[in-house]
Design a binder for this molecule. Structure first.
Ligand code: AMP
Ligand code: GLY
Length: 423
């Protein structure tokens, strides 16, 4: 089989490594991939958003199966375009990818179908939004409607901050057109859990729950990032909470999308907050999370490609999706200054024996050398029987990797370990 994976991050690297375990796979291409992915797949220099270019490549090279991982090509309809050419895909069609493409859509969907989420109001008028925050409780949460690379969320601690946030999103267009509409919502508290779930539109099979560490600095300080590290399983997500989420959130979401005529197939990302009033949805993403994938897939015991194909074929109910009961920790090594501004082009020293556990996100090849080429450079994962050992092992691997201006958080897993001690 020839498989094409669209995307260029650590998540795509994790997907590629797992797909490679299937013995029927003869060739994997990545569009566009990166310098680290190039060790595991043939990278083809076509941008992930070049829908015509990728479709033409897939047809010419007789691709049997395509995994579309990032948001942008999903929202642009890459799955629809490939399916029209008879190529099977993992990922939702355009009309279902809207669940992530528009926060207004997903909030309205949750309200209509009684799926628990933060209370909210939608605004397309600056004056009305400014008027509303004069009396809204603070902190308050302000979100740009469209895709903003995970950065379109501002938590305003005071009314002045809320006004500034509205002006920067709606007037100064800090996040571009995605700020034409905004959602202002209630500030929730509680531990955060990410649950990735396979679904073929009929059956939902949740993967092991994980915990992201979104802020740039140790102990959740600094700016929000795409994610600085992850652990799985998430100890806050007990069997009881999992059952409640399945019944009140996962199944109702799939049913709601079916009723809206937007059946979705692929990996649904539930960003949940376990509030004192029960689990609530913070966000949906219609894709694998990054760096959640780098801890979840290493724990998957079942064959990933088989599971993905069953999602495409609508036979997920008959397919086993089994996870190991071990623990995983992934520490992201970034370039100092991420997520704002950072230098790149520095050589990465990476011992060969660590390659199986390293998921490269932002690096390019320069002959035999690997150079930093992004904010998040790579993720280092360790899997051990015990969570404490997984955290230690991930950090001792990090100690053996170096590049100029490397930056990483030192507390990945600390919250999970503390929670386990309390229990
Ligand atoms: P999002 O891009 O929607 O996942 O938001 C990014 C981060 O902002 C989340 O992971 C939360 O930590 C935080 N956040 C988003 N919405 C809320 C909310 N309603 N209450 C508290 N924190 C929130
Ligand atoms: N790690 C957060 C995300 O993938 O959206």
């Amino acid at each position: 089989m020839k498989v094409l994976v669209v995307g260029s991050g650590g998540r795509e690297h994790a997907i590629i490594k797992k797909i490679k375990e299937n013995s029927s796979v003869e060739k994997i291409y990545a569009c566009p991939g990166n310098g680290g992915i190039a060790r595991d797949a043939e990278c083809v220099q076509i941008s992930a958003t070049d829908i015509d270019g990728i479709t033409a490549f897939a047809v010419e090279n007789r691709i049997d199966y395509c995994v579309v991982a990032p948001d942008d090509p999903l929202v642009l309809g890459l799955v629809d375009a490939l399916e029209e050419k008879g190529i099977s895909c993992f990922g939702p069609r355009k009309n279902a990818a809207i669940i992530e493409g528009s926060k207004v859509f997903s909030k309205n969907l949750m309200k209509k179908y009684g799926i628990p989420t933060a209370k909210y109001e939608v605004f397309n008028d600056i004056e009305k939004a400014l008027e509303y925050v004069k009396t809204a409780p603070v902190p308050t949460v302000i979100k740009a409607d469209g895709l903003a690379l995970g950065k379109g969320v501002i938590i305003a601690g005071t009314r002045e901050d809320a006004e500034d946030a509205i002006l920067s999103i709606m007037k100064e267009k800090k996040f571009g057109k995605s700020g034409d509409n905004i959602v202002i919502e209630e500030f929730l508290t509680g531990p955060e859990v990410t649950v990735l779930a396979f679904t073929d539109g009929k059956t939902v099979k949740p993967m092991v729950a994980s915990m992201d560490h979104k802020r740039a600095g140790d102990y959740d300080t600094g700016l929000n990032t795409g994610g600085m590290g992850t652990i799985a399983p998430n100890p806050y997500y007990t069997k009881e909470i999992a059952a409640e989420c399945f019944e009140k959130i996962f199944i109702p979401t799939i049913n709601a999308m079916n009723k809206e005529g937007r059946t979705f197939k692929g990996c649904l990302y539930f960003g949940l907050m376990l509030t004192p009033d029960g689990p609530k949805v913070i966000e949906y993403n219609w894709r694998f999370g990054d760096p959640e994938t780098q801890v979840v897939l290493p724990l998957l015991k079942s064959d990933l490609l088989t599971v993905m194909q069953s999602v495409t074929d609508g036979t997920l109910s008959e397919t086993e999706v089994e996870f190991s009961d071990k623990s995983a920790c992934c520490v992201i090594m970034a370039s100092e200054g991420y997520p704002v501004s950072y230098e790149k082009g520095y050589e990465i020293t990476l011992p060969d024996d660590l390659l199986p556990d390293v998921y490269v996100a932002g690096a390019k090849k320069d002959g035999d050398r690997l150079l930093t080429n992004g904010g998040r450079v790579l993720g280092v994962t360790a899997v051990e029987a015990d969570m404490g050992d997984a955290v230690k092992a991930a950090y001792s691997k990090v100690d053996r990797i170096s590049f100029a201006n490397a930056y990483y958080r030192h507390d990945i897993g600390a919250k999970a370990l503390a929670c386990r001690e309390v229990k």
